[in-house]
Design a protein around this ligand. Structure first.
Ligand code: AMP
Ligand code: ZN
Length: 468
């Protein structure tokens, strides 16, 4: 099985061939822990999980490292504004350590609910300040830095390859696409490696360093921790596309300035989740969390299923209608699988006939083709609907396919009995769907009622239901 991924650095598909035997070294940028992760962030972590599961599916072991940013991420990625964790601490009256711990726990709880595998190593920036200082010293020794106004900067003019990942042109570099430009910088894209000139009161997190008491820039943490756990060169680095022009561009510059080697063989980036036509983001205030979805009756796996319906390199618009369709789709899948389980007494078999073989080949090809999850889901559905594949073969295919999809399909049980309030809610939903001419949804609900032996009656007071 050969997996190809789209490498942002070369803008082309690249086969995964690990540097070390059968082990893929994977680094994924982790969360900044000053608030709950929004579902846009979570789309990116679902993409990373699909990537990891697909690599494991192809027979690799994956050494997956993820950082937790608990210091140094300013409200603007390019050194402007205030440290996000410090700002939240000021707002809430809690200490920075309390804030970071609380939201780190919330993040791990969210990813567990989404069936996202925990990284092999999760590392907090504040536990690796020494690694960052040592790395900055190397960059300084190699002549890539300057001091100004109390901060230590990376000098991009010393690194001719700067901006290659983002295809930044010379003009981009000259003018600087930033809103505000630090007066101390020689070039707008120069960035801070170490702040000693703490701009803010109550900067609680500060450390001694060769450049004075202060704290690290945000970008250096990923270079330092990737190097610490994966070495100077590793296989795959991923994150959301917003990281291409600044964060990952700066990471390459720092790591290469220190070691003289290109740190990453393949850069893989996930597209945005949009909400109201814009990128979902905390700063724009247009964000939803997993708990808010739960309040509206949606399970975390409904959101996972929703994400799997789009390729990771395409933008995905979030609407509640689309999430609802995903919920219905997943429910139907669960019902079908419950039937298949019943039919074969819950016993999968892997002695495949020709049809099963063909579905398997298609599925594998779609995983290997840059993680084409929408096609994988459609392979699963078509196979399930096939009339002449024995149930025990179907169940084996479902189990194996779910190793990549991560939808807990083998745990799915039919909810045989609908609770009265669930029926009432569905009756209302069906009425609403009919008024809105959404006959597909209305029919789905009617079909479910037929299956469950629920009869609808029109009365003067509206639609009533009773059990047969
Ligand atoms: P942060 O916690 O801000 O560092 O972001 C965590 C991850 O979420 C990063 O990989 C970002 O690129 C990604 N991200 C941020 N906003 C979105 C969005 N609207 N859709 C998808 N991914 C996002
Ligand atoms: Zn990072």
């Amino acid at each position: 099985m050969t997996i190809s991924l789209f490498n942002t650095y070369t803008r082309s598909l690249q086969e995964v061939t690990p540097l070390l035997d059968n082990q893929v070294k994977l680094y994924a940028c982790g969360p900044t822990v000053y608030n709950y992760a929004h579902i846009g962030n979570l789309r990116t972590y679902i993409f990373v999980d699909i990537l990891r599961r697909s690599l494991e599916f192809a027979g690799f072991t994956v050494n997956h490292v993820m950082n937790i940013t608990d210091v140094g991420h300013l409200s603007d990625d390019a050194d402007e504004g205030e440290d996000k964790v410090v700002r939240e601490s000021r707002r809430s009256g809690k200490t920075v350590w309390e804030i970071a711990e609380y939201y780190t726990n919330a993040f791990f709880s969210d990813i567990a609910r989404l069936n996202i595998k925990t990284p092999t190593t999760s590392c907090k920036a504040t536990d690796h300040i020494d690694d960052m200082i040592r790395l900055i010293m190397k960059i300084e020794e190699n002549g890539f830095t300057y001091s100004a106004g109390g901060n230590l900067y990376f000098d991009i003019s010393k690194f001719p390859e700067y901006g290659k990942l983002a295809l930044l042109s010379l003009d981009d570099l000259k003018t600087g696409a930033r809103i505000a430009v630090d007066e101390q910088k020689k070039n707008p894209q120069d960035f801070v490696l170490w702040f000693t000139n703490s701009k803010f009161d109550r900067q609680a997190m500060i450390w001694e360093s060769p450049w004075g008491r202060g704290y690290p820039g945000w970008h250096i943490e990923c270079s330092a921790m990737a190097m610490r756990f994966l070495g100077d060169e590793f296989d795959i680095h991923c994150g959301g596309i917003d990281h291409i022009p600044v964060h990952h561009t700066n990471e390459i510059a720092q790591s290469q300035a220190a070691t003289g080697k290109q740190p990453v063989k393949c850069w893989v980036h996930g597209e945005f989740l949009l909400f109201d036509k814009e990128k979902m983001s905390k700063s724009a205030g247009n964000f939803l969390t997993l708990s808010l979805l739960a309040d509206q009756g949606y399970e975390p796996l409904d959101f996972r299923y929703f994400c799997l319906n789009a390729h990771y390199r395409t933008q995905l618009k979030f609407t509640f209608e689309a999430l609802h369709a995903a919920k219905t789709g997943r429910n139907n899948l669960v019902l079908r699988i419950a039937d298949i389980k019943e039919e074969c007494d819950n016993t999968p078999t892997r002695v495949f006939g020709k049809k099963s073989e063909n579905y398997w080949k298609e599925f594998v090809a779609h995983v290997c083709d840059d993680l084409n999850m929408p096609r994988c889901l459609s392979d699963l559905w078509q196979m399930i609907k096939e009339t002449d594949i024995p149930a025990n073969e179907k169940l084996a295919l479902i189990e194996d396919m779910d190793n990549v999809l991560g939808l807990s399909l083998m745990d799915s049980v039919r909810k045989d009995v609908l609770l009265d309030e669930e029926i009432t809610a569905l009756v209302e939903e069906r009425e609403k769907a009919r008024k809105e001419k959404n006959y597909q949804r209305a029919d789905e609900i009617r079909g479910l009622f037929v299956q469950k032996g629920i009869v609808l009656e029109d009365t003067a007071a509206g639609v009533r239901w009773r059990k047969k």
